[in-house]
Design a protein around this ligand. Structure first.
Ligand code: WTA
Length: 630
């Protein structure tokens, strides 16, 4: 695959990808291992919607990520693992070792009766075995559904049940900073209500005593290392589902976004190599957890598909102190660091003294993902981490897009702080107004849509194609709607302004207000609630909950604590509201709709102009809420 080396080459590649997308992607796809080449590169229809890449082809992404590299790079490090505590030894897997480990895990899965098409839930901390489990699923054709280890019982249970997983792979517990999370205890609770689960494979990470259910539970160390170190991979149809990843939307329960084999493979390999200007032998450190899409695409698949070295970090940026990222960079000679603005802003708070004792000369490229990066954080990152000579790629994408769509190409695209800049080759963005009319010319502002498919896009929502259609393709006919708003400057550079729906981005975690409201409302003392986002210095956005409680509640302080606890227990600590205000009523229109616009203004503390409130049933409620705003 040709690497884009200068801006003109980018423009030529872009032009080619628009004029003849099939030829463009076919050329890139040639170098992968195919059991059978495709008959047709692309069939698509955004109305039904049906998107089909590399029809007729068969391949296996695990073989392409591992076996394909063995001959050339067998002794190269594939995965570096840095544990939570710097006192514990780091671990490394060469491609050869990774191959053996994945084959053993694949054989173990087969011995447990897992077959092609079965769903396997992976609820694991940031340990190599999490990646090994995912790759082993891909190898045998099982569909992995990784659930972030920060999710609580009910979230785990619902995800397992939605896709009827047969197997759960988890760990006894793990350390994150000073905390220990007893993962197996949470899993045990969830498994009380998951009829489809037959077995639970448990990786011993911390020697924490666990409740062991005979017949159902199996220790990883009792099963996996005993298996054969070779395995004949399953030949997968190009459009065979590879994984499911649940994400939040404006309404309803989390959606099981489905990605398929060949298109995802080609797109991750391509975007990784281009965006980060990845060069052979470099060490790539993506700080995202494997439980999120960034972890799937750029901690695991993207680097391995390029024969790269990827670094997995178990801990947090502030443990044992706020220099940890930089210590890891120096210790493992990291060349490319890919993290989230929320991490940068957290570190920014501690000042820059820490940098005096760090070298960081290995760094060449920096990346940002998950939320808009504000200019201040951009400059701080550029100056302190990058010493003003590492380009920052501000990458815009989503769980549904599989990989990066709009981003500078490192060392190629002229940068502009806080701008995701230009679409990658093969990506055709368009801005539309509220009625779906294209906003032409520059500068412009509108809702960000895509008018043409790209290989890595999600194909459906698990078990609910209608919802897929409704969510992404029905707002504006014949367009994929991202849910984000964007501006385009005079040079056509995109700046993502944030969600235009009820999805809130807290520390780069996507949270649906509806989900948090449902959790809050499950408390017997709560009558109704409305959750909105507000600007937060570190997290980007925080959650503000307006709650109506039963009239007999006198101790609201305890209630507030209880509500936080409920959200912790039902969703996970990352979704806990930052602010909770007990209110006597909510601003509702005559048709019963909550006017979130007003609540957002109050949450922001911007009450100078609340707009027209005359359509409310009871406008006085606004005054009352304002008086006790927290
Ligand atoms: C937001 C994460 C601004 C956006 C990969 C999107 C961004 C949502 C950026 C997807 C960026 C992601 N600039 N906003 N560079 N990257 N977002 O599914 O609102 O967890 O819709 O995927 O994050 O979040 P998700």
């Amino acid at each position: 695959m040709e690497q884009i080396k200068d801006f003109n080459t980018y423009k030529t590649a872009y032009q080619k990808s628009i004029e003849n997308p099939e030829a463009f992607w076919a050329e890139i796809s040639e170098e992968f291992l195919w059991y059978k080449k495709w008959d047709k590169v692309l069939n698509w229809n955004f109305e039904t919607p049906e998107i089909n890449w590399f029809d007729g082809g068969t391949t296996n992404i695990c073989t392409n990520a591992i076996d394909r590299n063995l001959e050339k790079f067998g002794d190269r490090t594939a995965i570096i693992w840095e544990p939570n505590s710097p006192d514990e030894a780091a671990k490394k897997f060469t491609y050869r070792e990774l191959h053996q480990a994945v084959c053993q895990c694949a054989n173990a899965l087969l011995s447990l009766g897992i077959a092609k098409g079965d769903r396997v839930c992976i609820y694991m901390p940031m340990v190599p075995e999490g990646a090994i489990a995912m790759l082993a699923c891909a190898r045998i054709g099982a569909i992995h559904s990784t659930v972030f280890a920060g999710f609580a019982v009910e979230s785990l249970r619902d995800r397992i049940n939605d896709s009827e997983c047969k197997l759960l792979i988890t760990a006894d517990a793990f350390h994150r900073g000073e905390k220990t999370v007893e993962l197996k205890t949470i899993a045990d609770e969830a498994l009380k209500q998951t009829p489809s689960i037959q077995h639970c494979l448990v990786f011993n990470r911390t020697n924490t005593p666990i409740n062991f259910v005979q017949g159902r539970d199996i220790w990883w160390h009792d099963l996996v290392p005993q298996q054969a170190t070779t395995h004949e991979p399953e030949q997968m149809e190009a459009e065979a589902p590879l994984f499911i990843l649940y994400t939040s939307g404006s309404t309803g329960k989390p959606k099981g976004v489905v990605h398929t084999t060949a298109g995802y493979m080609v797109f991750m390999a391509y975007t990784f190599k281009q965006v980060f200007n990845y060069r052979d032998g470099e060490v790539f450190f993506c700080t995202a957890d494997i439980g999120w899409i960034t972890g799937h695409s750029y901690t695991i698949y993207g680097p391995l598909l390029n024969g790269g070295t990827t670094l997995m970090f178990e801990g947090v940026p502030t443990y044992p102190d706020h220099g940890r990222f930089w210590d890891i960079v120096d210790k493992h000679k990291v060349n490319i660091l890919y993290t989230a603005p929320t991490a940068i802003r957290t570190l920014e708070m501690f000042g820059t003294d820490i940098f005096k004792a760090k070298n960081l000369s290995s760094l060449r490229v920096l990346g940002s993902v998950g939320e808009p990066i504000n200019e201040e954080a951009w400059h701080w990152y550029f100056e302190n981490a990058g010493k003003k000579n590492c380009p920052i790629v501000d990458t815009w994408w989503q769980t549904e897009t599989g990989g990066i769509l709009i981003s500078p190409i490192a060392t190629v695209t002229p940068l502009k702080p806080a701008f995701a800049t230009l679409p990658l080759p093969g990506v055709q963005p368009i801005l539309v107004d509220e009625n779906g009319k294209e906003v032409v010319g520059n500068p412009a502002e509108g809702r960000l849509c895509m008018k043409f498919p790209w290989p890595g896009m999600a194909r459906t929502l698990y078990g609910n194609h209608e919802r897929y259609k409704q969510t992404y393709f029905s707002t504006y006919p014949n367009l994929y709607f991202s849910g984000d708003g964007a501006k385009r400057d005079e040079n056509g550079y995109y700046r993502i302004t944030g969600r235009v729906d009820d999805v809130i981005n807290v520390s780069g975690h996507r949270i649906g207000t509806g989900e948090v409201e449902e959790a809050i409302n499950s408390n017997d003392l709560v009558v109704e609630s409305a959750v909105v986002g507000f600007p937060h210095d570190i997290k980007g956005q925080g959650l503000y909950a307006f709650v109506i409680c039963n009239s007999d509640v006198t101790d609201t302080e305890t209630l507030v604590k209880e509500i936080k606890h409920t959200v912790n227990e039902r969703i996970g600590a990352f979704a806990r509201p930052d602010k909770i205000q007990i209110v006597p009523g909510l601003p509702k229109t005559r048709s019963g709709k909550i006017m979130r616009r007003i609540l957002r203004k109050i949450a922001e503390g911007d009450t100078s102009n609340l707009g027209d409130i005359s359509t409310l049933i009871d406008p006085s409620v606004v005054e009352t809420i304002l008086k006790s705003a927290v």
